[in-house]
Ligand binder design. Structure first.
Ligand code: SAM
Length: 302
């Protein structure tokens, strides 16, 4: 562990030369065990300077930070060294082909979740419209809204519902949908895994919590700054997935699908839940690391 005095004031240049600050930031983050110190110091420098993302990478001779930006940079570095996730400090995260707002209280989108969106978009191609003639998609446990937003952006004519039990998550989802121009296309609900009224969907995606309590105890300090209720399902890690699958049939039109993200080693159990609930064409798909990551099936009706 580095010394308990992370930054010595007099080692910081005045006026604040941006190139030098970047070098100091890299050294500082490296000392605190941050894996990609150059990338992170550059992004934090851009953020502190309130400039676009390239500023920190390209900072050259003559680029300076005003005293307020300098103070923000030091504070950002200090919090990053304490384990606050980079995305929370930047207030933004990238997913698929768009960026969303994130912050304490909402799960930071993970790259592997893009597979769930891709599987869902693929399944929509062979999904019949509802008997009323339209398409209605659901994103259960929407968090920052990424999955429903991805569906809405990809299928502008369709209706998309996002819901979550956590009001903090929902407020991020609402802000993200609004900023991405989707205020008319998406609807938000506060509630549990399934709406309490008889609303049916042509397809539903869900990335429920799937860590066990034991996984949580071993999780990295950054992960433990995210909401436990977004990550931990219970003693086995399968509790939320089972609840989502069991509750799905009354909310799907015949021919509609359910696609869920799962944790490593959960595919057998989750395929079993879908088959036991009466889903057909049940399959799982592996992510880029070869780990079964998504399970999906079609609801035949009845
Ligand atoms: C793993 S996060 C996924 C967030 C987002 N869909 C994503 O992929 O980044 C799980 C989300 O489910 C929500 N959640 C947990 N239990 C829930 C429940 N019983 N009913 C509705 N939402 C729930 C959490 O608040 C959290 O936002």
């Amino acid at each position: 562990m580095p010394s308990s005095r992370p930054m010595r004031r007099n080692s910081w240049p005045r006026p604040a030369d941006a190139r030098h600050l970047r070098r100091l930031g890299i050294r500082f983050l490296k000392r605190w065990g941050i894996e990609s110190p150059a990338l992170e110091a550059s992004l934090l420098l851009s953020h502190a300077a309130q400039r676009d993302r390239t500023f920190g990478f390209a900072a050259g001779r003559g680029d300076v930070l005003d005293p307020e930006a300098h103070r923000r940079y030091r504070e950002l570095l200090r919090r990053r060294a304490q384990g606050v996730p980079l995305a929370y400090l930047l207030g933004r995260a990238e997913f698929y082909r768009f960026r969303v707002r994130v912050g304490p209280g909402v799960l930071i989108p993970r790259p592997e979740t893009e597979l769930l969106l891709e599987v869902a978009l693929d399944l929509t191609k062979a999904t019949p419209p509802s008997p009323e003639g339209g398409f209605r998609w659901g994103d259960a446990g929407t968090g920052s809204g990424i999955l429903g937003i991805g569906l809405a952006l990809s299928r502008p004519g369709d209706e998309v519902w996002l819901w979550d039990r956590d009001p903090r998550a929902l407020s991020f989802a609402a802000a993200n949908a609004w900023e991405l121009g989707l205020a008319r296309q998406v609807r938000l609900l506060k509630g549990g895994w399934w709406p309490a009224f008889p609303l049916r969907f042509t397809g539903v995606v869900a990335n429920p919590p799937y860590l066990s309590l034991a996984d949580w105890e071993k999780a990295a300090r950054e992960v433990r700054q995210e909401p436990m209720g977004a990550l931990v399902a219970g003693a086995t890690g399968l509790e939320a997935l089972e609840e989502v699958v069991k509750g799905a049939p009354p909310h799907l039109y015949p021919g509609g699908f359910l696609a869920v993200e799962i944790g490593a080693g959960q595919e057998k159990a989750v395929v079993g839940y879908l088959e036991a609930a009466g889903f057909e064409d049940v399959f799982y798909k592996r992510d880029g690391a070869g780990i079964p990551r998504v399970v999906a099936g079609r609801w035949p009706g009845g």
